[in-house]
Design a binder for this molecule. Sequence first.
Ligand code: NI
Length: 172
Amino acid sequence: MEGANNHLVFYGNETLREIAREISNVDQETIDLIESMFNVMYGSRGIGLAAPQVGVSQRLLILDIESYKGPILALINPVITARSDKLGPYEEGCLSVPGINAMITRPLEISVKAVTPEGKEISFDARGLLARVLQHEIDHLDGKLFIDYLEDHDRKELTAELKKIKKLNKRK
Ligand code: NI
């Protein structure tokens, strides 16, 4: 198998800025992709990962917040169907933007619908860390990164660091 799905892409990679396409049927390729994404995520000690982060422009995310008493999930075509009016800050980071953390304000509770790797449609409410990770990962499917939420002057301060991160894409 070609190695495209087996490593992270970083800030500056074009796939991270694309609107990922829906997965029309869950086949073995999808299952293999999920498995390699879990390998990449665990290998980098992450708690969430979206397919664009391994260079695959498909609407798929995984997360593992078991050590925070949360679930392990793989979700296909996830959609946020409702968001609480109540917002709150939380410090976010991203495997594709390594070394940078920032307080990001988002809705504290959301409702989500998605398809499971077994092809079953599910919907559920999420709050706390689960809601946070889901929103961060679903943003990835729409070409959005957490640093996009920063005020211009805060993002400007990161310019040098972001330039270094971009170069990680060229490392083989
Ligand atoms: Ni991320």
